[in-house]
Design a binder for this molecule. Structure first.
Ligand code: BMA
Length: 339
């Protein structure tokens, strides 16, 4: 890392309330092999809450690697207590070096658009990280609509078309053009059909986020408010002084969450952004005992009719947690009126 300042201690905004019985989903809840249950997408579909979560499985303690990753599925009536389905619902595998094929899918996000449920996900291949978009009607059969070229991931779909086009936020990974470092930013693309994506535009740079010194990326799919699209992003800072901070020998990154408001008709335009973290790792399950401590990674955000916003996030890359906030307070943070 060159020239970037070390970011000191960070705290969460007081508008955030962590669910007292966190975590809401862990490996112990799964009826199939599981080690880490985290980075989930959540939506409301046909009257139920649906969660699709990342499941990394294998005996990491002895082998120092995971055997694989699949995506698990659960339903809920309250968004808190989950009925985990007996089998994972999605997995990609393969890995032929000659064709650059897929080795795994992970970090799902769910968005309902015009009554259909879409999932975006990251795809590791032997020739780079790609971003996928799929659609389902039953969470068992998935039609893959597109998978990007490398290097791109953290795609989140807006829940409605804007100007007739589907829109997504995304996070390309331009290592060559950013001096060989992970200086990654948030971009936006649109599509007539969810297969072909273009009109790509820069939205927010890592330099614009005072509590990041490495990279940023979209978090959960945006929700609509009267004052704009309310959306979260993850922000990463690195401190070489951090040593063993999880199961690996070294984990020097911290993942916090930011929040911003985008213009409803022209989401390229940032209406407001909170200059401090919305969430920073503080709770015991966020800062200790996990695979990678100090990580908060939201993938789901639901705006309830009461004005409560539910945030679903991976904690320490190990478990799935819930936090809530009032939508007006969140909008106020972005507009500089609260906090
Ligand atoms: C990112 C992704 C996420 C993960 C995070 C922290 O690069 O791999 O899945 O939660 O790192 O390890």
């Amino acid at each position: 890392m060159r020239n970037e300042p070390i970011i000191g201690p960070l705290t969460s905004s007081p508008v955030i309330h962590r669910y007292a019985s966190n975590p809401i989903l862990t490996a112990a809840d799964l009826p199939y092999p599981s080690t880490l249950v985290f980075n989930a997408g959540v939506t409301k579909y046909q009257g139920k809450y649906v969660i699709v979560f990342r499941n990394d499985y294998g005996d990491y303690a002895n082998n120092h690697y995971f055997d694989g990753t699949n995506l698990g599925l659960a339903f809920s009536n309250d968004g808190i207590h989950w009925d985990v389905q007996p089998q994972p619902c999605f997995a990609l595998s393969g890995g032929e070096r000659a064709t650059g094929t897929i080795t795994r899918a992970y970090d799902p996000r769910l968005t309902v658009i015009e009554g259909r449920c879409y999932m975006t996900f990251a795809v590791d291949t032997l020739h780079g990280v790609r971003g996928g978009v799929a659609v389902t009607e039953d969470f068992e059969h998935w039609e893959i609509l597109s998978i990007s070229v490398p290097e791109n991931r953290n795609m989140v779909l807006f829940p409605e078309r804007i100007g007739g086009k589907y829109v997504r936020l995304e996070r390309p990974m331009p290592v060559y053009g950013r001096g060989g470092r992970e200086r990654f930013d948030i971009w936006l693309s649109d599509s007539p059909d969810l297969a072909y994506w273009g009109n790509s535009a820069f939205i927010l740079g890592v330099e614009d986020v005072p509590y990041a010194n490495l990279k940023i990326g979209p978090a959960a799919p945006p929700v609509k408010t009267a004052e704009g699209w309310l959306t979260t992003f993850h922000a990463v800072d690195l401190d070489p002084a951090r040593g063993k901070n999880g199961w690996e020998e070294r984990w020097q990154k911290r993942y916090t969450t930011g929040v911003m408001l985008l213009n409803l008709d022209n989401p390229h335009q940032i209406v407001g952004i909170y200059p401090f973290p919305l969430m920073a790792p503080e709770a015991p399950y966020e800062i200790g005992g996990g695979f990678r401590n100090g990580v908060i990674f939201p993938g789901g955000m639901i705006l309830e009719e009461t004005g409560e916003v539910k945030f679903y996030y991976g904690a320490a890359d190990t478990v799935t947690c819930l936090a809530t906030a009032d939508v007006e307070e969140l909008v106020g943070l972005c507009n500089g009126k609260v906090g």
